[in-house]
Design a protein around this ligand. Structure first.
Ligand SMILES: Cc1cc2nc3c(=O)[nH]c(=O)nc-3n(C[C@H](O)[C@H](O)[C@H](O)COP(=O)(O)OP(=O)(O)OC[C@H]3O[C@@H](n4cnc5c(N)ncnc54)[C@H](O)[C@@H]3O)c2cc1C
Length: 503
């Protein structure tokens, strides 16, 4: 028996014997137990591969975190993502305790061309953070944010959720842009973009990244910043997970008071066209401190839908009434909850609006204006089906997001004023096909008005769409991919294929 395996099995027995309760003892035993058979896995190209028992035990004993196989405690929780449409079964799950474990897992996968999925918050709409037959690197043990008040920097572990970031930063009177749901992962959101209630004021989340630690496909831990590996630093800001696993982020922070002015204006869906027109006119010249999203929603159960303007003003409170006054011209709302609110609490108000117990399907794009024809397409095609919820969403862009040059980071969609998005959600067990079919017929009527899409949402359908969406940055991204991931180990993302593997 290999010495390390022997140590592992002796240790597991010894530790379990000292534990008072059987539950913890059994759990620990399962986690520490040696792997007793080989496992069939899949390479990135889909070929079957046998992962030998001895190699798995070597991997397990090299980790400080966990190696989970089907049947182990924690395996199902790790493999599942928020969108329950994706019920995938990785051959292996590694839950690293830190960068060293990430490097071990990446090296193990790279040596075998194993398919790799990287999971942070698990919010990938298209289920890219789980996989069948590959190695999933589940970063959920690597959470936490440390704020350096004087330097106005946050150091955030690569598996953290947005709530971790907001909570620690705001406690010091500081913020950076984060998304609108607190259990979204910092990893996926930041590397792909990062729209949120402060993005028009402070830029995308990725515009606030000052440096990262990243394990690239060769298993090397690198630091990337404006001064060190600047090419990689450019690429990770918009290139998503294409270049490696980020184990730590450093964000620049901004002073902000805890209380902002925010809430919802709710209108009858019968007035949808008029409300959207007024909204669209207003956002053209809105100040950077104002974030206005518009949601048209048809809830399940056939209840009447509504049009909601979600407003957040993070500027001087004395100016809020004046800034928000044009919204009153939209007519009397059914309800108005806009008022002072704690920023961290506001960041959680949509926490339960996700398809946690079901599936969803989403389509999204960017627009540079909102014409009457666009509004007609949105409202006329919007259907209320009693057995599921349909949502149309305009996420406001512009402001500081647009003042960054298209080639300053790998994120190219800098000219948009908004991002129209359609989502359909269904309950667990329902047949998704009719719902997906509806979105696929509704979305093209809106898509004609769009220019590119947000890689963090939706299904890209073809590789050509992904390539085109990187616009003028595509060539440079392929060069980076050739340098840092020539075997395309990190392919479950808005994939930049290496030049040897181009379509
Ligand atoms: C309920 C909900 C709300 C959302 N709200 C917003 C919003 O307000 N603003 C916005 O911009 N987007 C939003 N999104 C979209 C979101 O940005 C993407 O879904 C994003 O991918 C989520 O990141 P994650 O870490 O949770 O996802 P995961 O599914 O864990 O990861 C997605 C992908 O990101 C990559 N990745 C994740 N972590 C790392 C890492 N540490 N290193 C390298 N690669 C990594 C991997 O390629 C992975 O496949 C929302 C999504 C949902 C479901």
């Amino acid at each position: 028996m290999n010495r390390r395996i022997f140590l592992g099995s002796s240790l597991s027995a010894a530790v379990a014997a000292t534990l008072p309760g059987t539950v913890h003892g059994n759990t620990l035993l399962k986690m520490l137990a040696v792997v007793s058979s080989s496992v069939v896995g899949r390479t990135g190209n889909g070929d079957e591969i046998t992962l030998e028992e001895s190699a798995l035990n070597e991997l397990k004993s090299a980790l400080r975190g966990q190696l989970l196989l089907a049947g182990n405690d924690g395996y199902d929780a790790a493999r599942r993502v928020l969108n329950q449409s994706f019920d995938k079964h990785p051959a292996l799950v590694v839950r690293p305790s830190g960068a060293a474990d990430v490097a071990t897992a990446v090296t193990f996968a790279n040596e075998r061309d194993l398919l790799v999925a990287v999971k942070c918050g698990g919010h990938s709409f298209s289920g890219k953070s789980t996989c069948d037959g590959g190695l999933q690197i589940d970063l959920s043990l690597m959470r936490g944010a440390r704020v350096d008040r004087n330097a106005r920097r946050a150091h955030v572990a690569g598996g953290s959720l947005l709530g971790d970031l907001d909570h620690e930063c705001m406690a010091q009177g500081l913020v950076t842009t984060a998304g609108t749901v607190s259990h979204t992962g910092v990893g996926g959101l930041s590397l792909g973009g990062g729209f949120g209630r402060l993005a028009r004021k402070y830029g995308l989340t990725l515009d606030n990244i000052k440096s990262v630690d990243i394990v690239t496909a060769d298993g090397v831990l690198r630091h990337a910043s404006a001064d060190e590996n600047p090419d990689l630093f450019w690429g990770i800001r918009g290139g998503g997970g294409n270049f490696g696993v980020v184990t730590s982020f450093e964000f620049g922070l901004h002073e902000m008071g805890r209380t902002v002015i925010g809430g919802d204006l709710v209108f009858s869906i019968d007035r949808a066209k008029q409300v959207i027109r007024g909204y669209a006119d207003y956002i053209q010249d809105a100040p950077d401190e104002l974030s206005l999203d518009l949601i048209m929603t048809a809830p399940p159960g056939g209840e009447p839908g509504a049009v909601v303007i979600h407003a957040v003003y993070s500027g001087n409170h004395a100016d809020a009434d004046r800034v928000l006054a044009p919204l009153t011209k939209l007519g009397d709302p059914l309800s108005n909850t806009i008022g002072p609110i704690d920023y961290v609490a506001l960041q959680k108000v949509w926490d339960n609006s996700d398809p946690r117990h079901g599936g969803d399907y989403i389509k999204s794009g960017f627009v540079t204006d909102i014409s009457d024809a666009q509004i007609d397409a949105i409202v006329d095609g919007f259907e209320n089906h009693p057995d599921r919820s349909t949502t149309f969403f305009y996420g406001q862009s512009g402001g500081a997001i647009n003042r960054v040059a298209e080639d300053a980071t790998a994120f190219p969609n800098r000219n948009a004023i908004s991002s129209p998005t359609v989502v359909v959600s269904w309950n667990e067990g329902a047949d998704p096909e009719p719902h997906i079919k509806y979105i696929r017929s509704y979305w093209p009527t809106i898509e004609t008005f769009t220019d590119g899409f947000y890689t963090n949402t939706g299904d890209y359908e073809t590789q050509a769409n992904v390539n085109k969406n990187y616009r003028g940055n595509f060539k440079r991204l392929v060069e980076l991919k050739d340098r840092y991931d020539p075997g395309n180990l990190f392919r479950l993302n808005a994939n930049v294929r290496p030049s040897t593997d181009s379509p």
